[in-house]
Design a protein around this ligand. Sequence first.
Ligand code: GLY
Length: 304
Amino acid sequence: MPTNPVLVVHGGAWAMPDDIVDAHLIGVRNAAAAGWRVLERGGSSLDAVEEAVVIMEDDETFDAGRGSFLNRDGKVQMDALIMDGGTLRAGGVGCVERIANPVRAARKILSESPHVYFVGEGAERFAAEHGVPLCRNEDLIIPRESERLREYLARGEDHPEDIFAPAISHDTVGAVALDRDGNIAAATSTGGTLAKAPGRLGDSSLIGCGCYANNDSAAASTTGWGEPIMKLVLAKWAADRVESGSLPEWVAQEAMNYLKQRVNGHGGMILLDAQGRFGISHNTPRMAWAIRTTQRQDAGIDRN
Ligand code: GLY
């Protein structure tokens, strides 16, 4: 019997100021609509999460694709991962600078490579050889982010912890989906943290940290300060608890408590199992999210 599809997306967890709330809500709703179009016509969860994430990579509101944070050198440097819960196939790219849609490159790795992970120039070469267009790094830089970096660097190195405060944007984007065949998938894409050291890789593209999918447990995508999330391998931590019988709604909340208590981390998570049960949680003041099911179409941003 076909499963009722479900799609959940997020667009970053932090203390978003009021004036950018609407843009975030519009962005996650657009992403959910794109993913839902795939699921509605019987498409795969893998295609759905890819299409949802592409919408947010293309939307300058988010820290992914064009509009990403700049690293210390003033360049956009992005990471992405996509994973199929049915086969456990995965594709990831790290530190790419010339791909407007890193999730498309990640998908090509999943579908057309025996490998799982490519970084830097090798990832860009693989992408180009497999039909993903390359762009100039300058094409991904917008004035808002040049100004943000300039202001941050002008403040000096006195407060390096500032870049990890929840008040600073962590607009990593992600999606999890369940399709009619009962398969789940997840994808996450990011420009990383503001003024990061060139070559720094965050949690988003690491299997089990920023993204994970396994039909036996759950699909997860995280957002927030990457280093603490990596230390806890948080997406896999959550999936394991779902596999042990806990409800995704409870596990997502527990993951945020664990992140805060164990390593003083902050962020958010979307979590979905192959029965369509899901959790949406963040320990930051706000996280943009949207959901589509056959029964429900919803979006939100504030912590309850
Ligand atoms: N969560 C995104 C990053 O830390 O790179």
